[in-house]
Design a protein around this ligand. Structure first.
Ligand SMILES: Cc1ncc(COP(=O)(O)O)c(C=O)c1O
Length: 417
C-alpha cells in the first residue's frame, strides 16, 4: 500500500489560515465508509456489534458518527462512560471493559445499563457489594501461555488482564448462583496485528472455550467479544487486514464450533479502535526550525505530547511534506518535537525531501491512540481536533487548550497565605 493523503497543500493552507497548527484532522466520510465495510463483512453474524474502543479517539463528534453507523462504545473508565452517555450511547450499547476498577465506576456502568466485563474473579464480590449484580455479565479471559500475544501487547501470561481458564469456570458458576441470567466472554490478546489468522485463532479459542464452559457449568454464553487489536498499515508496503477473509474464516469456525455443537445463536462482538479511525486522522504540523549538528534535525511545532506512539513504542508513522510529494527523498532527518526528552522524535533517520522552516508536515495514521494519549508534561498544551465533513466543511471538534486551561487547577491567589 502506498501512503497518500486526501489533502493538497493548497487545501491544507486554507485550513491552517483558520486553525493554527498543530492539530489532528479526521475525515468523516472515510470513517463512515470504513465502518460500513466492517458491518457489511459481518452481516452474516447474528446481532453483530462493534463497540468502538473510546480510548482510541475519545471525541464526542467521532463517537456520534460511529453511533449513527450502528456502533456501540467500549469504555474503560468513568470519563469514557460519561462521554458515551453524553453522545447518547447507553444501555447494552456500552461495553465496560475496565481493570483495577474503582467502585464508583461500576456504579456508573450499572446505572447506564452497560454490559460489565469483569477483569478478575475477585471483582464478582466487589461488584455485588458496591453496585449489585446485573442481569448480564461478561468475563475477560487471559489465555496465559496458550497464546503468544504480539510485540505491542506482550505475552498474555505477563499481562495483568483477565481470568485464568479455571477462574472462568468458577466465576460463571458463582454469578449463576447470584442470579445472573445472560453471559458474555471477552478477550484481547493482540494489538496492532496485521495477520488476520491471529484474530481468527482468538475466535477459535473462544468458541472452544464456550463449549468447555457449557460442559463444565451449564452456562450458555450469549455473546463473545474478540477485543480490539486489528492493525493498520502504518508503513508503506503493508496491507490492511482483509475483512472479508477474516469474516469468512470466523464464520467457518462459528459454524463448526458453535452451530454444530448446538451452542447458537451466539452474538459476535468486537471492540476495535485503531482499525476504525486510525488511518482516517492525521497530525498536521509546521516546521519551526532546522538544526545541523552530528545529525540533521527538523523541529516541528508538534511534539510527542500530540502523538506519543513513536516515542513510546518506536512506532513508525509515515510523514508527508505537503507540496513535496513528488520530490526525491534525498535528505535524511530526525523529525523532532520541542519536549525536553531526547526521544521526542516522530522519525529517526527518515529519508524525506529537503525541508525548510514553514513547510507543512503531515504525520499519517494518527486517528487512533494519537490525540487521545496526549499529556501536559513540559507545560505542553493539548492541540485542537478538526473534522473534515463530507460537504467539505472543516469543523473544530475540540479546541486547543489555553494556558488558562493548563493553570485551571492551581490557585495562585493563596500563594502568600
Ligand atoms: C480492552 C481494550 N479493548 C480494545 C482496545 C482497542 O484496541 P485497538 O485500538 O488496537 O483496536 C484496547 C486498546 O488498548 C483495549 O485495551
Amino acid at each position: 500500500m502506498t501512503k497518500t493523503l486526501p489533502y493538497t497543500k493548497a487545501e491544507m493552507e486554507k485550513i491552517i489560515e483558520k486553525h493554527p497548527t498543530p492539530f489532528h484532522l479526521y475525515n468523516e466520510q472515510a470513517i463512515r465508509e470504513n465502518a460500513r465495510k466492517l458491518l457489511a463483512a459481518f452481516a452474516w453474524a447474528p446481532g453483530f456489534k462493534e463497540y468502538f474502543a473510546v480510548k482510541a479517539t475519545p471525541n464526542p463528534y467521532i463517537l456520534k458518527i460511529l453511533m449513527e453507523e450502528g456502533f456501540g462504545a467500549d469504555c474503560s473508565s468513568l470519563a469514557e462512560l460519561v462521554l458515551a452517555e453524553k453522545v447518547g450511547i447507553t444501555g447494552e450499547n456500552i461495553m465496560f471493559s475496565s481493570n483495577n476498577t474503582p467502585a464508583h465506576e461500576f456504579v456508573k456502568a450499572k446505572e447506564l445499563g452497560a454490559i460489565i466485563n469483569l477483569d478478575d474473579i475477585s471483582h464478582i464480590e466487589y461488584l455485588e457489594k458496591h453496585a449489585g449484580m446485573p442481569e448480564m455479565i461478561s468475563f475477560r479471559y487471559n489465555p496465559g501461555p496458550l497464546r503468544s500475544g504480539n510485540a505491542i501487547i506482550g505475552l498474555p501470561q505477563e499481562a495483568k488482564y483477565g481470568f485464568t481458564r479455571k477462574q472462568l469456570i468458577e466465576g460463571y458458576s458463582m454469578v449463576q448462583e447470584l442470579g445472573v441470567k445472560r453471559f458474555g466472554l471477552h478477550t484481547m490478546v493482540v494489538s496492532n496485528e496485521l495477520d488476520p489468522y491471529s484474530y481468527i485463532a482468538t475466535a477459535e479459542m473462544l468458541f472452544d472455550l464456550i463449549l468447555e464452559i457449557y460442559q463444565a457449568t451449564g452456562v450458555r454464553i450469549g455473546f463473545v467479544n474478540f477485543g480490539g487489536g486489528i492493525g493498520i498499515p502504518y508503513r508503506p508496503g503493508e496491507e490492511s487486514v482483509d475483512l472479508n477473509l477474516l469474516s469468512r474464516e470466523i464464520k467457518r469456525a462459528y459454524e463448526e464450533k458453535i452451530i454444530r455443537q448446538g451452542l447458537g445463536p451466539l452474538r459476535i462482538t468486537m471492540e476495535l479502535g485503531r482499525m476504525i479511525t486510525g488511518p482516517y486522522g492525521c497530525l498536521v504540523s509546521k516546521v519551526l526550525h532546522k538544526k545541523e549538528i552530528y545529525k540533521n534535525y527538523v523541529g516541528l511545532d508538534a511534539c510527542m505530547a500530540n502523538l506519543m506512539r513513536p516515542a513510546l513504542y518506536g512506532a513508525y508513522h509515515h510523514i508527508t511534506v505537503l507540496g513535496k510529494e513528488d520530490w526525491p527523498l534525498d535528505h535524511m532527518y530526525d523529525v523532532t518535537g520541542s519536549l525536553c526528552e531526547n526521544n521526542d522524535k516522530f522519525a529517526i533517520d527518515r529519508h524525506l525531501p529537503e525541508i525548510v522552516p514553514g513547510d507543512i508536515v503531515v504525520i499519517h495514521d494518527a486517528g487512533a491512540h494519537g490525540h487521545a494519549m496526549g499529556f501536559n508534561y513540559n507545560g505542553k498544551l493539548r492541540s485542537a481536533e478538526l473534522l473534515l465533513r463530507p460537504n467539505g466543511e472543516v469543523k473544530l471538534i475540540r479546541r486547543a487548550e489555553t494556558l488558562d486551561d493548563y493553570f485551571a487547577t492551581l490557585d495562585f491567589d493563596s500563594l502568600d497565605e
